[in-house]
Design a protein around this ligand. Structure first.
Ligand code: PMP
Length: 416
């Protein structure tokens, strides 16, 4: 039966979407991340952006890469431009095992599934393990892209606090006890042990076996997300959680921060029993990861001093981290505190009570500096007194200038 109803008044933005009543229920939690919404403004040249997490690729050997790409087409073009297996090319899976060995992981190449960045790995593991209403435990704050995947599959996120040594074991125990008491099903702990995004802290070596043990005791899987593990400023690597309990840890890796983010090549190392399901999930998502890009990564690893290259990246990021920390010390008003990252891209800042970083952001952008406000890194609205500052991309001079501008905005906010 059709009705002749007057058109609904178009008040909210969503009312402009004629497909509104067609979307699946799970899309309700899909909203643009605050960081993405900010991207357009923050990328104006006059704005110093401390908001994004773009790797600084300036040190890449573009001439060598250009020659190698040509060689791949000339020598193996018909393979490189063809579909491949959903599992990923064997040569690259072997090389990935060598890389993971640097963090103590003993893996068989069959258990590695190459993905389109580790973001695809996050989507796949959530798809495999989470039914609507299942609980995922994550550090608070946590990686915004992971929260997006959890929300897309209607999982409920319970955050556990970190301190300067990373995830707090007692907090994890308590969260598990509470969930069990409430009869909730906890599917996994999602954790970023090294050079956390956004918190900038690293799980201490002492805590690692304890975290692994707690999860095993409670029958909870661990998803270990480790895109920054080789970017420790003093070159130190930490034992992967996966190396401590291979049967209970799914490990996500990526070439985005150690080589080239635009190639979109990452991987999942799964316990043997999970691997077959992962390959099926990968097949239904993309048929196969891009053969050409995998061959570029593989040839680069085989022919280039990639460890030396990572060292250059590390030196670059260390210089920027130093610039940021010294500017924070010099300019930020009393009452602010921040983390001291030993690697990776990010500093997590806490501002004095009364300042709301989300509300302050438009004023900061007017003052030509951008940051990522803390609420985007929590599933529960927490984080209004926090912000993430990224030092990975701007020059040290721009970082200093950005922090100077930010400090002025904060001071006027505190006077209000
Ligand atoms: N995990 C974390 C913690 C990240 O910071 C990022 C990228 N910012 C990703 C996963 C996704 O990385 P990619 O898809 O480029 O491999």
């Amino acid at each position: 039966m059709t009705e002749n109803r007057p058109a609904k008044p178009q008040t909210g933005r969503n009312n402009l979407d004629p497909h509104l009543d067609r979307y699946a229920a799970r899309t309700a939690g899909m909203t643009a991340s605050e960081i993405r919404a900010l991207f357009a403004v923050a990328s104006r040249p006059e704005v110093v952006s401390l908001a994004g997490g773009m790797p600084n690729l300036a040190a890449l050997p573009l001439d060598t890469l250009s020659a190698q790409v040509g060689e791949i087409i000339a020598e193996e073009g018909l393979v490189a431009l063809q579909y491949g297996s959903a599992h990923g090319i064997p040569a690259l899976r072997d090389q990935i095992c060598e890389i993971m060995a640097l963090e103590g992981i003993k893996a068989h190449p069959d258990d590695v599934v190459v993905t389109v960045g580790s973001q695809m790995g996050l989507d796949m593991v959530t798809r495999l393990f989470c039914d609507p209403g299942d609980v995922v435990i994550a550090e608070g704050p946590s990686y915004v892209g992971a929260l997006g995947s959890f929300s897309a599959y209607q999982a409920n996120v319970v955050h556990v606090a970190m301190d300067e040594h990373g995830l707090v074991p007692e907090g994890l125990r308590e969260a598990l006890r509470q969930a069990e008491k409430a009869g909730q099903r906890v599917k996994f702990l999602y954790t970023i042990p090294n050079f956390h995004n956004p918190a900038g802290v690293t799980l201490s070596v002492e805590r690692r076996p304890e975290i692994v043990e707690i999860c095993r005791e409670h029958g909870v899987l661990i998803i270990e997300d480790n895109p920054y593990g080789l970017l420790g400023f003093d070159g130190q690597t930490y034992p992967a959680l996966r190396s401590l309990d291979p049967d209970n840890v799914v490990y996500l890796g990526s070439f985005s921060k150690t080589f080239a983010s635009g190639l979109r090549v990452g991987w999942v190392l799964a316990p043997h029993a999970v691997r077959e399901k992962l390959v099926l999930a990968a097949e239904s998502a993309t048929l196969c990861p891009p053969t050409f890009n995998q061959m570029i990564v593989s040839r680069y690893l085989a022919t280039h001093d990639w460890k030396g290259q990572i060292k250059k990246f590390r030196e670059n990021y260390r210089e920027r981290r130093d610039a940021m920390l010294s500017a924070l010390h010099q300019y930020l008003p009393p009452g602010c505190s921040w983390t001291n990252p030993d690697g990776g891209f990010y500093v997590w800042v806490t501002v004095p009570e009364g300042v709301d970083t989300k509300a302050m952001l438009p004023r900061a952008v007017t003052a030509r500096v951008a940051y990522a406000s803390g609420t985007g890194f929590y599933a529960d609205g927490f984080g209004s007194r926090q912000m993430r500052l990224s030092y990975c991309y701007p020059t040290p001079e721009r970082i200093r200038e950005g922090v100077r501008r930010l400090a002025a905005v904060l001071e006027s906010e505190m006077d209000l």
